[in-house]
Design a protein around this ligand. Sequence first.
Ligand SMILES: N[C@@H](CCC(=O)N[C@@H](CS)C(=O)NCC(=O)O)C(=O)O
Length: 267
Amino acid sequence: MTITVYGHSASTFTSAIFHTLKELGLPYEYKQKNSEDIKSPEYIATKHPFGRVPFLDDDGFQIYESRAIARYLTSYYTQPLIKMLSQLILAKSQGKEPDLKIVNENREELDKTLDIYEKLLEGKDYLTGEFSLADLLHIPLTYYAFKAGEGDLWNKRPNVLRIPSHNDDRFQIYESRAIARYLINKYQGTKTSTVLIPSDVHKAALVDQFISVETSDYSPHLSKLFYQLVFKKRHGGEPDLKIINEAREELGKILDVYEKLSKFNFL
Ligand SMILES: N[C@@H](CCC(=O)N[C@@H](CS)C(=O)NCC(=O)O)C(=O)O
């Protein structure tokens, strides 16, 4: 397993990846990239189409957007859990017999990962010391693991047992994207067959990547246009042409990159 991070030491986005890797205890190689490197046609064509850092290569799997990278790295925890639960919950709910080989292999994998977590969580209640998105992302799957009768994996480790999880009766959450993700994690596959976040770790990471692009590059400019052209007008205000033109210009640049990315019908 070779994880390579392309980044810059002064980049806060890159340091988010360093912290994630350190917390997860994962070894990695680092390549420092300066502002010229990341604007080179080669870097834009083969790594990051927006010409930025950080960028991550995990044994050939490539991904950009720091939040998506961080979430992808935490899937080292969720992957064996997903595979185990796909047998214990999903297969059962479809009237199939769970494949015990898959269950056992992934339980073993998870056991090793939870040993690392047990050490990481020594002397603290949460992964970074305070409750954060990192802990939140662990909640839905861990909750299901307890429901599937696999609670012993957590119960035998006093530090790991503090990962919030086992009861979402009073679970409350805000922020639209986090709510959507929680609902998908909890209900995907139970009501319809539409898959919004694929279980394949690479496909899921790429969905994250584009959710992050949407959050940081696409929606902010579009929101400004919407506010000026629709909301303000509706409430009798005068749209600000300077804001409209700036937002239009910025959005145009982003859509130019999308235009190049659109090989398929969907992102
Ligand atoms: N939303 C991106 C932001 C990445 C970003 O803006 N990185 C900066 C360095 S801190 C960069 O590469 N800037 C060069 C540029 O935008 O031209 C992420 O989270 O990865």
